[in-house]
Each structure stands twice: as structure tokens, then as C-alpha cells.
Design a protein around this ligand. Sequence first.
Ligand code: ATP
Length: 495
Amino acid sequence: MIMKHKEVIIGIGVGLIGYMAIIGIDILPFVFFISFATALYFISGGQLIKVKSVSIGENKKENSISFDDIGGQEVAKKELCEALDFIRCSDKIKAMGIRPLKGILLCGPPGTGKTLLAKAAAQYTNSAFFSASGSEFVEMYVGVGAKRVRQLFNQARQTAKKLNKRSAVIFIDEIEVLGGKRGQNHSHQEHDQTLNELLVQMDGISSDEDIKILVIGATNRSDMLDSALMRPGRFDRVVKVDLPDKKGRAHILRLHTRNKPLAKDVDIEYIAKDTFGFSGAQLESVANEAAILAMRENSKVITSVHFKNAIEKVMMGEKLDRFPSADEKKRIAVHESGHALVGELIFPNSVASVNVASRSNALGYVRNTQDDDMFLYTLDYLKGKISVSLAGAIAEDILLGSRSTGASSDFQHASDLARHIVFSGMSELGIISPEELPKNKLHEAISSILSNIEKNTMEMLKNNIDILKLIADELLDKETLSGDELRALISKKAA
Ligand code: ATP
């Protein structure tokens, strides 16, 4: 609509100037004035004439999200509710002389439900909800960002009044863009002014106001925030929003499958176990992709196979039409068989599937599963993981007589784990100070760990060379083996 208005005005303007030229009026001053105004307009990014309003996400449907619609995150929900009760009982807190809570900071990885929590907070406190992203305040021109911050707070107050609400929740996503440490930014004068304005606005929030404002910020990088923003009286509650554990994942999956027709063989607990490390957003995507796969197959219900393929798609990306040569395919099958066999020998029942189908950057991959979420790793566990990582290249060595570049990311992963062992004081160097450790000593310690494990892994695979060959052949034939099929092959050969 705005575009259309612009075009009409430009059309009339050009027509008018043309007409003036025809009837003999000197158009040069007009042309000069219009060029000057246009240049100014573009230099200012359109800001001189009208300050672009912050895109505020405010609608009733979004506000209907409640804490019941958020899976897992029980601790975050509890902490948030405790803080929000200050707003719900504002008369009580005023009587006690308690200052209102002005800001809550939600910290955690992407897609864990921070925006959902903010929306649920607005619903819980019966507030108007406004959302903006930190990057929307970033401008080159001094004063524009600050003006947008003022605009956002004013609009929140006015709209809440119109909606007959007593409070408004302003949600600022990626707050580190707007609230990063002062003096460090390229255009730091503008950045500092914008942040200062946010601090001023938050300081201006008082318990006497008709409309109570609560600012909820979300970030993955709380370490980048300016200390002034974190001091008490501004964001005085920090709520951690972590990746969901197994129970949380099952809860989120149940929420996102409640409107979907599931086949009887779908076991949500099993899918939760299979999706270790997934965020809420990835789990939502798994449920959605599974439904899409079912629809493509004209299936009336979503089966466990659809879920299995959806997990692989979300984890590894879409299957690609990349066709390696026959030799390359054989090498990929041998490589993945090495990972899978050593994985099963060291961590029984850990393999969910082995594949030689190209997805994203991988030519083949082994997907693992894990019984319980882990928060601590022992030396044996880390060594086992290194062994699994090295096993692909070693299998190539044993069956094909040479290695390939396909193992470079495995080696990177293995040396990261070895570094972890050294820094955790579990290597032959004993407890060390990472900052004081010379680089060559670190390199020697990592090399020694890796070569010992390499020797053991080589021995393990040579001792099971027949099983390795069998798995590689089956994989080459079928392109994918489930964890159960793999275990059946191992026990058939071992018997
Ligand atoms: P970002 O940091 O990238 O902005 P975020 O933490 O704000 O991400 P959301 O936008 O809240 O994440 O979540 C994205 C989507 O993922 C939601 O719309 C929802 O479908 C799903 N989701 C994420 N976490 C949960 C959860 N705990 N329960 C249910 N759904 C979730």
C-alpha cells in the first residue's frame, strides 16, 4: 500500500515537472531541490522524514500461549512464575514498599522456548505483549535507535491502556545486540545512546504508574551484556533456559503431536531418547517433518518410520542427489562400518542407525542414541568416544589399505576430546594449568593419547575383521542399517 502511494506521488511529481517544462517555466531549481531532498532521504536510510517504527509483534493469538503449552523447562517456568507473581500482586508489593520487578533475562541456546516463555509470561500476568529484536534498534545514525526504544515503551503503555490491561510485557530478543558492552561497538556513539535510552526507560518504570511495564530480554550470550544492564534494579532476575532433558523432550514431543494422527507403533519415550541434544524448536520440526513425510506417502497416520526419517532429516539435513562413484561408496560404507562396529563394541546398544546416503555435508553417518542424559564424562567414556571417532579411518586402512580425507572431521573431534582429557587433569601430565601449559607439551600429550587409542582400535577391528566386512557389504547393499539390524549382524557372526 505504502509502495503504491509512493509510486503515485512520484508519477504526479514527474508529470508536473514535465508540464512546467512544456509551458516554459524554469524547472532547474525544482530539479535541484528534489535531487537534494532525495539524496538526504537515502543517506539517512529514510529516517529523516519519519522514524521507522519498531516492528512490534502484538496480537491476541500470540498472547494465548500459556505455560502449559511449553514442554520441559520446569525450573525456568517456576523461577519465571515466582518473579511474575510480583506483577500479579502489585497492590500487595506496593503496600510492602517493594520496588517493582523491571526486567527478567532469559539465557539459553537458540530454540529452547525463550520467546514462548515471554508470551506465556504476558498471558500469566494478563499483560499486553510486545516483541522486538535487538537488531531492530541498530542503526548507523546517532539517535535513531534511542528514539525507537522510547517509541517502543510509549507504544506499550498506550496499547495496554487501550486494551484495558494494567501491565505490558516488552520482549526484546537478541538483547546482546542492543545491550552489548558499551564503547566496544564500531558505531559506538549510536550504540551507547540506544543502550543508555533502554537503561533510562527501565529506570523510569515505577510502582506508581497506571501501566506496569516488565522487560523480558532473551540472549544466548549473557557474557556480552553491559554490566549496567545486569545490575540490580534492571534485569534483576536471570532465568536459565537449557536444552530439554529426556523427560522435557518427551513433554515437548507430546505437545507438538497432540493435533497429529499417530500410528500405534509410535513411542514418544523412545523418540525422546533418540533425540538427545535436540532443542524444542528441533523437536517441533521433527514432529512436523514426520507429518509431511506421512502426507507425501498418502498415509493417514504418522508411523515410527516417519519419525525416524524426520529425526535424521532434522539432524543431518535433506537427502542429497549426490552420487559418489562405486569406489567412493565402498570406502564410505567401510568407514561408517568401522564407526558403527567399534561404537557397538564399546557402548552396546548405542547405535541408532548407520547410513551411506548423502545428507548435507556428510557422505555417510552413524546416528547414536543414549539411555540417559549425561552431564559428566569419565576417562573411559572419553577414550571410548575417541576410539569410535578414529575407527572410520582405521577400518579404511584395514580393508582398503589406505585412508582418505573423509576422516578429517573425525580427527578434529578426537583431538578435541583428547584436549578435554588433558585439561581435566586426566592425562599423564596430571593436573595442569591450561594457560601455563606450553603448546608443544599439549601437542605431545594429545598425540600420545590419540596414538595409544589408535593402536587399541586397530587391534579391536582386526580381531573382528569378518564382522567388519559383513557390515560393510550389507551397508553397501541396503544403504542404511538400523541399530537392531547392525546388532543382529554382530551377534550372528560372533555366534
Ligand atoms: P531463539 O533464541 O532462536 O530466538 P527461542 O529460545 O526464543 O529461540 P522459541 O522462539 O521460543 O525459541 O521457540 C521456537 C519454536 O520451537 C516454538 O515456536 C515452538 O514451536 C518450539 N519450542 C521451543 N521450545 C519449546 C518448548 N519448551 N516447548 C514447546 N515448544 C517449544
